[in-house]
Design a protein. Structure first.
Length: 193
């Protein structure tokens, strides 16, 4: 599956979705997929609304970058991470649950930028058809036009069915970045008297 993702004003939109190279109007209703990895998951972790509890950082490395790793936890009552399970055996419709989660975030010691984060759902209720949901997102510097930007380059989400031995892995590669913008000038004529 491929598609275009745009991030603006704290939300992500998906267009030009293709399955096996053929255009579709919406995401398939069967199978597993994930969203939010481009920007909204990280924004949710760092939002004051999440009331994330961070532990003291410790030195770590991501690739060749020196980082500080901070572990964190978000309680279910403050979670904005909404999980959905559709067309899972035994489920008659889409089930939704805002999960408590914990994870880690790696901050580059030189730039202060996030270079990786992971999240793992915690305490999923017995009636929810998934018992494992984990996501990781990696960032790197990307050249767009004349500038460079720290952007997500890869993510993976793993989900496992409750009580079964089937797990699914979604790997996302972000590429072909473009930046859109506009400059506007408004001038007034002064012709009204």
């Amino acid at each position: 599956m491929s598609g275009d993702v745009a991030a603006a004003h704290g939300a992500e939109t998906y267009t030009n979705i293709k399955v096996n190279g053929k255009p579709v109007k919406q995401l398939p209703s069967a199978g597993t997929w994930s969203d939010g990895e481009f920007s909204t998951m990280l924004a949710g972790i760092l939002s004051p609304k999440s009331a994330a509890r961070f532990t003291d950082g410790h030195a770590d490395a991501v690739g060749n970058r020196t980082t500080y790793r901070y572990d964190f936890a978000v309680a279910q009552m403050h979670s904005g991470w909404r999980l959905e399970a559709a067309h899972v055996p035994g489920a008659s419709s889409v089930l939704r649950y805002s999960a408590a989660y914990d994870g880690s975030i790696w901050i580059d010691t030189e730039t202060g930028q996030v270079v990786r984060f992971t999240v793992s759902a915690r305490d999923l209720p017995p009636g929810f058809p998934l018992d494992t949901v984990e996501t990781s997102v990696d960032y790197d510097v990307v050249q767009i036009g004349d500038g460079t930007y720290l952007l997500p380059i890869h993510s993976e989400t793993v989900t496992c069915e409750r009580g079964g031995n089937e797990c699914y892995r979604n790997a996302t590669v972000f590429e072909e970045y473009r930046k859109f913008g506009a400059d506007t000038i408004i001038t007034f004529d002064g012709g009204a008297k």
